[in-house]
Design a protein around this ligand. Structure first.
Ligand SMILES: Cc1ncc(COP(=O)(O)OP(=O)(O)O)c(N)n1
Ligand SMILES: Cc1ncsc1CCOP(=O)(O)O
Length: 522
């Protein structure tokens, strides 16, 4: 039996809003388009469970939607349900199979790789992976997995025909993030999502279901259209330069608000660079302000040079994702301490970065590669043997644009690779020039966001061309450095900094066109 797992409803009668009957709620969600229904009754006596299951079976048959029973093989048999869902401490799969009619659907809950391997060996039809996010619907015995955890388990299904749904805290406002971030590095995606409260606790289950369906369908269509790995779009060095110049104009015209959670060393420099390029800086860290800010910002930069408000960083990214705004992550010195490595992993598990920008040591640490070592926040040694491949692979793994900065800069979205050869050695003599690159990238990504129409973003976690945004930000700063360094008043690194801010302020399309050294590889 072929099943559409895309929108899997798990029932929860205790969550029904006042005045709404179980029957009404289930029928509305079936009308709205749920594709599988699981009856989950944890505290109900057998007789009542049986009655609920019979009523549900009649409704599901009317809408030709398969019915699954949670835990209870006897109830599934009694109502001729299509299958059962079993937890790790429920009846073993091989026993259930001997009791159920042939071709019954069997699903199993999985929380770790051993569970998945066991489920594959048991030849189950699908697995329910979770909990992805925190939930009030069930007392969890394991920590939440986050989207990266889902991707890891999905990889273990490569080459099998076992389907997978994610469960736990999935809502319309985190669904796109859940779907986007859970695609495994091998390209394995979820076959569906399982939800309880978002539909059952809704006063309007029909529309809650429709909204989830729409997000799921848009994302799937986009993935299909892009393919994994995606076919290369046609960038050329000239189209990149023209695009960057256009973004520069958009930034100056739209004056985007750039929310920067950054470190104490560079706050002032970053704010001045933002103003010089035509943006508006706001350097807020309080968690309480993140939701309101997300609605008005043009882009969010999270730089964890000095991690002062982890909670603020968590919330800022989450809300920016919800608003489909660019999130630029600069994991300063991530390899330096265990705390930084853990924090970066937590942040990336919680929200999706649009661009991750770092030096060789920082990106090596994120990729868990030993190839480049760090000294504090700096890289030591000659860098990656094959930086082009490194950025492309990391972009595929992190599902975002990767910008590797250094003497030569490399940018990739997992498909196109761009090499940039601008800059000046004085950039290395002032503190925080890398952090200011992050600011410039955030500005150009905000320009790319403003330029893209909201229709074009259907199914996407962020709207606009983030590859171009990352390239634009790097070129703006490195070209400004080339312009600033030979100025008459520049006598060393101290006088270079104000000249650099001036050069950003006075940056012209002509100097970008003339100076940009861009190479594109596919
Ligand atoms: C689709 C889906 N996935 C996971 C679960 C959780 O099942 P289990 O671990 O058995 O926990 P309970 O639901 O029994 O509390 C599920 N029900 N459905
Ligand atoms: C049954 C179950 N198993 C893991 S999380 C969960 C509950 C999911 O409920 P909700 O969708 O309301 O978070």
């Amino acid at each position: 039996m072929t099943i559409d797992y895309s929108l899997y409803l798990v029932t929860g009668r205790d969550l029904l809003p006042e005045g709404m009957t179980y029957h009404e709620s289930l029928e509305e969600s079936l009308r709205g388009g749920v594709t599988v229904v699981q009856i989950r009754e944890k505290e109900t006596d057998t007789l009542e469970f049986l009655e609920i299951a019979r009523e549900s079976k009649t409704l599901c048959d009317k809408y030709k939607v398969p019915l699954i029973i949670n835990d209870r093989v006897d109830i599934a048999l009694a109502v001729q349900a299509d299958g059962v869902h079993l937890g790790q401490t429920d009846m073993p799969v091989h026993v259930a199979r001997t009791l159920l009619p042939p071709n019954s659907i069997i699903g199993v809950s999985c929380n770790n790789l051993d569970h998945v391997r066991g489920a594959v060996a048991d030849r189950v039809d699908y697995i329910g992976i979770g909990a992805v996010w925190a939930t009030n619907t069930k007392n969890l015995s394991n920590p939440v997995m986050g989207v990266r955890g889902i991707g890891t388990l999905l990889s273990a299904l490569d080459g099998t025909d076992v389907n997978a749904v994610a469960i736990g805290g999935i809502k319309s406002d985190n669904l796109l993030r859940t779907l986007h971030g859970s695609v495994s590095p091998s390209g394995h995606k979820l076959d569906g999502i399982a939800v309880v409260s978002e539909i059952v606790a809704s006063r309007d289950p029909y529309n809650s279901t429709r909204t989830l369906r729409e997000i799921y369908t848009d994302f799937s269509a986009l993935l299909e259209q892009q393919g994994i790995p995606r076919p290369a779009p046609t960038y050329t060095a000239d189209s990149i330069k023209a695009g960057v110049i256009d973004l520069m104009r958009v930034v100056r015209e739209t004056n985007p608000l750039i929310h920067q959670i950054t470190n104490v060393v560079v706050t002032n420099q970053s704010a001045n660079a933002t103003l010089a390029l035509g943006g508006s800086p706001i350097m807020v860290t309080a968690p309480e302000e993140m939701e309101d800010l997300s609605r008005i910002l043009g882009a969010l930069l999270i730089n964890f040079g000095t991690v002062t408000s982890k909670e603020g960083m968590m919330l800022a990214g989450k809300y920016a994702n919800r608003e489909k705004k660019p999130v630029i992550f600069d994991p300063v010195g991530v390899g330096a301490t265990q705390f930084r490595r853990q924090t970066a992993a937590q942040l990336l598990n919680n929200w999706q970065a649009s661009v991750i920008k770092g030096n060789a040591a920082e990106l090596a640490a994120l990729a868990q590669s030993e190839e480049v070592q760090a000294k504090g926040v700096d890289s030591v040694g000659p860098g990656f043997v094959d930086p082009a491949k490194f950025v492309r692979d990391l972009a595929r793994r992190e599902r975002c644009v990767i910008a590797l900065t250094g003497q030569t800069d490399w940018v990739s979205d997992g498909m196109t690779i761009i090499r940039l050869d601008n800059g000046h050695q004085l950039l290395g003599k002032i503190t925080g020039s890398g952090c200011v690159v992050g600011t410039c990238v955030a500005l150009f990504c905000a320009g790319a966001w403003a330029q893209a129409s909201s229709e074009a973003s259907s199914g996407k976690l962020v709207r606009g061309d983030m590859l171009l945004g990352a390239v634009g930000g790097i070129l703006a700063l490195t070209i400004a450095a080339e312009v600033a360094a030979p100025q008459a008043g520049v006598r060393g690194s101290g006088s270079f900094l104000p000249a650099l801010i001036d050069a950003l302020y006075n940056l012209t399309p002509e100097s970008v066109l003339e100076r940009a050294r861009v190479q594109v590889f596919c």
